[in-house]
Design a protein around this ligand. Structure first.
Ligand SMILES: *Cc1c(COP(=O)(O)O)cnc(C)c1O
Length: 459
């Protein structure tokens, strides 16, 4: 054996340089490559401690095995993986029923990469439906607009810009962080393709005033003859409301609600890469948006923005629905909410914080420092608890509530009461330290682009 080869130990291999600006010329051993990748992962946040994200970070071993078994299945290839497609189709019906869709219709919907793709598809359907209707009435169909609150997630601003729909964004104000019917008369008109209302918003976790908006649109139709549909962005609330608040009408029970999206990878409890969009009935998803592609021996409809994508999330979502059932989701969401309420109480009782979301639906705790605290701000608290490993979002609210800064904790199912207590203590410990030593964090400058300055990308 060549002596020089023997002398190359793993220590030498792990120390190989990584090229910055050219493609690696020669390969290396599997162990060396893995060691290099792992060493770059070390200082990334531990996903479990990422309290700023809604996205699932825990799954049972059986769910992980399901993911591994399915990881090489291309979702779009229905011909090769008809049973993965059958799982998706069945889950579309389940969600349509869970969200109280009418019984006598053909449910329609699809799995997507996340709520973003789901929102885009819903937005497109409403744009197409609006245009078809306007054209059939011989009216101008060139100036579509969409009405949302200033609390919308960035995806809606993307949709509006990418698909050329005029943004009509109702600003927030200090003390009110949700879309209500109050100012709608200044925003809604005959060119409004839909009003988007959120169930479980990213900033404070609250729901928009869905019923109030619905009633306002009913009155508007009576007055003007313009019937305007609603889309519900239930990215988070879609997997909380049905289980915890069965009597609360946020969904297809309201006739104007024509489409709903939710993130399977948030409270749907699937690893990242899954969203859902469900339509009230088949005809809401405009047929012109459906493509029929030739697969081996057959025609397959496709109506997603992506073509190839990983299919494992669908199998895992199916596992979770079967594993937990309605009863299991209800229990998981209840304990998660209880832990959020416990954390909220610890923070409010400390005297440092005021709660921002009076109505607590999804398990999000959004607080702002009490106005008497001047020596440090929410960004200082976020930086300080980072020393303990926690990642907490601090942010300035969107216009016209920019003066309000917020600290947000997204409580997810893996946070048990014990961990909520430790986190609460660490946050209060950080406040005590900052009270003595002062803070110096300045809120990050927001992007200056006119339509985007209100959009920190909250997930
Ligand atoms: C997370 C979120 C989105 C975007 O969803 P992804 O699943 O991250 O693509 C849209 N709207 C709301 C309200 C969200 O919370």
């Amino acid at each position: 054996m060549n002596a020089s080869v023997e002398k190359v130990t793993p220590y030498d291999q792990f120390n190989l340089p990584i090229p910055e600006d050219h493609f690696p010329e020669q390969g290396m051993s599997a162990r060396a490559a893995a060691a290099l990748v792992i060493s770059e992962e070390w200082t990334d946040t531990n996903p479990m401690l990422n309290m700023s994200s809604f996205v699932t970070t825990y799954a049972e071993p059986e769910a992980m095995e399901t993911a591994h078994r399915n990881i090489f299945k291309n979702y779009i290839d229905h011909d090769m993986y008809p049973h993965l497609f059958a799982m998706e189709t069945r889950m579309v019906k389940w969600l349509h029923q869970l969200w109280n869709g009418p019984k006598d219709v053909e449910p329609y919907g699809t799995a997507t990469v996340g709520s973003s793709e789901a929102c885009m598809l819903a937005g497109l359907a409403h744009k197409w439906n609006w245009r078809t209707r306007r054209q059939s009435e011989g009216k101008d169909a060139t100036r579509p607009n969409m009405v949302t609150g200033g609390n919308v997630q960035i995806v809606w601003k993307k949709f509006l810009r990418y698909f050329d729909v005029e943004p009509r964004i109702v600003p927030l104000k200090p003390g009110n962080y949700r879309l209500t019917a109050e100012d709608l008369d200044q925003y809604v008109d005959e060119n409004t393709i839909a009003v988007v209302a959120i169930a479980g918003q990213t900033f404070t976790g609250e729901d928009d005033d869905i019923q109030g908006i619905h009633d306002w649109l009913d009155a508007y139709e009576k007055k003007t003859g313009h019937s305007i549909p609603m889309h519900i962005d239930g990215a988070s609330g879609g997997f909380v409301n049905p289980f915890l608040y069965p009597d609360y009408k946020w969904d297809f029970r309201l006739p104007r609600v024509q489409s709903i999206n939710a993130s399977g990878h948030k409270y749907g409890l699937t690893p990242p890469g899954l969203g859902w969009v469900i339509f009230r009935e088949r005809k809401v998803f405009n047929e012109e948006l459906v493509f029929y592609v030739n697969y081996l021996g057959g025609e397959m409809p496709t109506a997603t923005l992506n073509f190839s994508r990983n299919g494992f999330q669908i199998a895992v979502q199916y596992y979770q629905f079967l594993r937990l059932g309605f009863d299991g989701y209800k229990r998981v969401m209840q304990h998660t909410l209880d832990n959020a309420i416990a954390l909220r109480k610890i923070l409010v009782d400390s005297g440092y914080f005021t709660i921002m979301n009076e109505t607590q639906r999804i398990p999000v705790v959004a607080v702002t420092l009490d106005s008497k605290i001047t020596k440090f701000n929410e960004f200082d608290v976020s930086n300080k608890v980072r020393e303990k490993g926690w990642v907490l979002s601090a942010y300035s609210m969107p216009p016209n509530a920019e003066a309000v800064k917020s600290l947000r904790v997204v409580v997810r199912p893996h946070i048990n009461r014990n961990v909520a207590q430790i986190l609460g203590n660490d946050i209060i410990g950080a406040c005590r330290f900052l009270e003595t030593h002062g803070g110096n964090a300045t809120p990050p400058k927001l992007h200056a682009h006119a339509t985007e300055k209100s959009s920190p990308a909250k997930c």
